[in-house]
Design a protein around this ligand. Structure first.
Ligand code: FES
Length: 102
């Protein structure tokens, strides 16, 4: 059964930034793209790179270690659709960012 847990305040992740958080037993990367929040697993499926430190362009994050790219809305790798960085539902409640964890 899944639930939403608070992981940060909206003010802590301004537009154009990202942050790594821990939600339940997972490391998650949260991205604020022009006020819209997205959340992927924070650990790159390739070799464990920190996705929260990746550069975001056009709704896609590039892993800082070897450049694999993931769509922020789906978590899907941009080259191989069979690879997914794990997408998490985000809910904004007042000034709080909540993430769905199972
Ligand atoms: S660890 Fe992310 S691309 Fe290699």
């Amino acid at each position: 059964m899944s639930e939403f847990v608070r992981v940060a305040s909206v003010a802590e992740i301004p537009p154009g930034t990202s942050q790594e958080v821990v939600a339940g037993n997972r490391v998650v990367a949260i991205f604020n793209v022009d006020g819209e929040f997205h959340a992927l697993d924070g650990i790159c499926p390739h070799a464990g790179g920190p996705l929260a430190q990746g550069k975001v362009v056009g709704g896609v994050v590039a892993c800082p270690w070897h450049g694999w790219q993931y769509d922020l809305k789906t978590g899907r790798n941009c080259v191989n659709a069979n690879i997914n960085a794990g997408c998490h539902a985000v809910r904004i409640q007042g000034d709080d960012i909540l993430l769905e964890v199972s």
